[in-house]
Design a protein around this ligand. Structure first.
Ligand code: SF4
Length: 208
């Protein structure tokens, strides 16, 4: 079977939008959202809080996914991309097509991925301890994005942030309680001015 014939379960795809979060905020991107995630965060904005049994899961080939791309950078998100055994082939095909590739992950599942891929680690171990972050992700990730509800998240990950990760750390308010969370983040930034606030700008400007 050719790599272009390999199929993956797709939640949705969309093109020519902007990345709304983290380091690449404002950049033109396409999204490939892979289906499924077992972590079950209660505020999951992709719909996997209850396991997502009724969410879209259309099998589509890598060739079909490549054919619809429009932007130079492609964000693979989910669900949880790293649960899919064919993620490395999808990444390989995107890089071979000249695309820049980002992957957003909770860090709970590991596969070897090209070092050319930008990894956004958004840990959820504090929400569901059954899915701890695989240790390699703390050094492999290009950025860490922590969803803030109470501020206790920073204490939870402080050991890892202090010892394994020294580059980009983004604090993102939990959307359903954003007013209070932004206030908490502003207080954290006074203590840790090398961290940054990340707003989900796609939600403010009304794009996917
Ligand atoms: S890890 Fe991400 S995709 Fe999975 S349930 Fe949590 S927010 Fe949703």
């Amino acid at each position: 079977m050719s790599i272009l014939e390999i199929k993956l379960p797709i939640h949705e795809t969309f093109q020519s939008t902007v990345q709304g979060e983290g380091y690449w905020t404002g950049s033109l991107v396409d999204f490939i959202r892979l289906s499924g995630c077992p972590v079950a965060c209660p505020w999951c904005d992709t719909g996997y809080a209850d396991g997502g049994a009724n969410l879209p899961r259309e099998q589509r080939s890598i060739g079909e996914l490549l054919a619809e791309l429009k932007s130079p950078r492609v964000v693979i998100s989910g669900g949880e991309p790293f649960i899919h055994k064919h993620l490395p082939e999808l990444v390989q095909a995107l890089l071979a097509a000249g695309k820049q590739v980002n992957i957003e992950t909770s860090g709970s599942f590991w596969q070897e991925i090209s070092p050319d891929v930008w990894i956004t680690l958004s840990p959820k171990e504090h929400i569901n301890p059954k899915y701890p972050v695989i240790s390699q992700f703390w050094s492999r990730a290009n950025e860490v994005k922590i969803v803030i509800e109470t501020g206790g998240e920073i204490d939870f990950y402080q050991e890892y942030l202090a010892t394994n990760y020294k580059q980009y750390v983004y604090l993102q308010p939990e959307w359903n309680n954003s007013h209070q969370a932004i206030s908490v983040i502003l207080q954290i930034l006074q203590q840790k001015p090398h961290y940054k606030l990340s707003l989900q700008i796609h939600k403010y400007i009304g794009v996917q």
